[in-house]
Write a protein that binds this ligand. Structure first.
Ligand SMILES: Cc1ncc(COP(=O)(O)O)c(C=O)c1O
Length: 491
């Protein structure tokens, strides 16, 4: 056998394991009792009762010996610690942004930025807002508008960059929000030399109604699908034409850079860090949850170029995050992120990371399981509506499948369907657009044999799919009900 074909069959984890954490095997009978005691809600299970935990890829990764070593050498000074300066240097080196403001996690960076930029009635375009981004925009009275390309909403359509923003709809949103015709918009950019005053006032107007354009890489809520460099460049061009700040929601910037390298013309010979630098060069700033491609268990930051906005952000972050040289993070957290950002950009790591997810997807597709395709960076999403057509949406097919995966093999996944999204503000219920089960893969935690086992659990459950039944909600809070709802299987 050629070494090349052996490499594509066997995924060699690009690390040796020197510290291990036991996981516990349980019997099917035990799992049934545990899940019943947890009111049929996997969020209410104890983590020690789970064999393979795929609830999230956020903050659940394994750190390297280099990160741990850096953490031991941290500086815990309240102000001006050397850990902060190492963190700032790493973020600046990769993003090129002038100001780096640490925050305790990604949503804290969103809170600071949106508190200053978003006002009642403003529209914030994004490819797809992640839940916390949407919640922050709405909390400030803004409208979070998703402008994903249509292919991004079709689970089976193959497209290399299903996370792209629909730039025609972005232009249209800007025109409509400004109350302009397309001709006037074009004039504004052409008039710059001759009609400075008119151009400026339109820019002011654009700033007021669309204070920022966001782009999420990769697109978590849309299946972890990547955004192409061409799309980032075009969104940036439009934003600059209208004088609107452009920010990247950068949680999975390294995974996105890898997809650009392997899928986009002209990037094959570039390194992930070069691609990442180019990506950030088109933006005015970014919000970041370091719990993903920062390879740490906690942390985040807001990075940006505008001096005045940065000054305001720092002042506000003192209120919610702490002094601007630690911002809710310990010195050792900043050390972990400073080292982790580079590890996330390592080619060997990225090849293994993206290939592992793809490998799981291939196994499921070969067995007939319907998933969102192509597989994204950090997770595989199973289409439960397709798998369980006999369970109506309001009997929660994706929830049923999630529970079946736990009962079958101790795997904890998460429902992204009508339990999560079905409850309407007026208290009524409406089926969610999709009934998905997300298998999110923590970074550097599971080996190929864990993934093989996981695939077997999903395939076995798929083969037993006709035996699965629906659920009803016995009790639930009014907000974010999936976290603590109590459910019961229907007879
Ligand atoms: C795309 C995206 N943005 C923002 C966040 C929020 O980050 P955090 O959980 O660190 O607050 C997440 C977290 O999953 C995310 O996936």
């Amino acid at each position: 056998m050629k070494l090349k074909s052996l490499e594509s069959r066997v995924i060699i984890e690009p690390f040796r394991i020197r510290s291990v954490e036991p996981i516990r095997f349980t019997t099917m009978d035990e799992r049934e009792k545990l899940l019943r005691d947890a009111s049929w809600n996997p969020f209410l299970l104890k983590a020690t009762d789970v064999l393979i935990d795929l609830l999230t890829d956020s903050g659940t990764g394994a750190m390297s010996s280099r990160q741990w070593a850096a953490m031991i050498e941290s500086d815990e000074s309240y102000a001006g610690s050397s850990s902060f300066y190492r963190f700032e240097t790493a973020v600046r080196d990769i993003t090129g942004f002038k100001h780096v403001i640490p925050t305790h996690q990604g949503r804290a960076a969103e809170n600071v930025l949106f508190s200053l930029l978003v006002q009642n009635g403003d529209v914030i375009p994004n490819n797809t807002h992640f839940d916390t981004t949407r919640a922050h925009v709405e909390h400030k009275g803004g409208e979070a508008r998703d402008l994903l390309i249509p292919e991004g909403l079709e689970p089976l359509t193959i497209h290399p960059f299903k996370g792209n923003m629909d730039t025609a709809r972005l232009e249209q949103t800007i025109r409509e929000t400004l109350g302009e015709t397309s001709g006037e918009t074009r004039n504004e950019s052409r008039d710059n030399a001759s009609g400075e005053t008119r151009g400026k006032s339109q820019v002011e107007k654009a700033r007021k109604k669309i204070p920022v354009i966001m782009l999420t890489v990769t697109n978590n809520s849309g299946g972890g699908q990547p955004v192409s460099m061409a799309n980032v460049r075009e969104v940036s061009r439009i934003a600059r034409k209208h004088g609107i700040p452009f920010f990247i929601d950068a949680c999975r910037f390294a995974e996105n850079s890898w997809f650009v390298k392997i899928r986009e013309e002209g990037y094959q010979d570039k390194t992930p860090i070069e691609i990442a630098r180019e990506l950030f060069s088109y933006a005015d700033g970014c919000t970041m949850s370091a719990k993903k491609d920062g390879m740490s268990n906690i942390g985040g930051y807001l990075a940006l170029n505008d001096d005045d906005l940065a000054r305001e952000c720092r002042s506000l972050s003192i209120l919610t995050e702490g002094f601007p040289t630690y911002g809710g993070m310990a010195g050792y957290d900043m050390e972990a992120v400073a080292a982790g950002l580079y590890e996330a950009l390592d080619e060997g790591y990225l090849r293994y990371r993206i290939r592992s997810t793809e490998y799981l997807g291939e196994k499921l597709v070969d067995a007939g399981v319907s998933i969102i395709q192509p597989t994204g960076g950090h997770a595989v999403y199973i289409d439960a509506k397709k798998m369980l057509p006999h369970i109506p949406p309001l009997q929660y097919p994706a929830w049923s499948l999630t529970n079946a995966l736990y009962l079958t093999g101790g795997v904890r996944a998460v429902e992204i369907g009508s339990v999560m999204f079905g409850l309407q503000p007026d208290g009524t219920e409406k089926p969610a657009p999709m009934e998905l089960v997300r298998l999110a893969i923590p970074r550097r935690v599971y080996t190929q044999s864990h993934i093989d086992y996981l695939a077997d659990v999903v395939i076995h459950t798929y083969e037993q799919r006709e035996k699965l039944g629906g659920y009803r909600i016995a009790s639930a809070p009014k907000v974010l009900r999936h976290f603590s709802a109590r459910l019961a299987p229907l007879e």
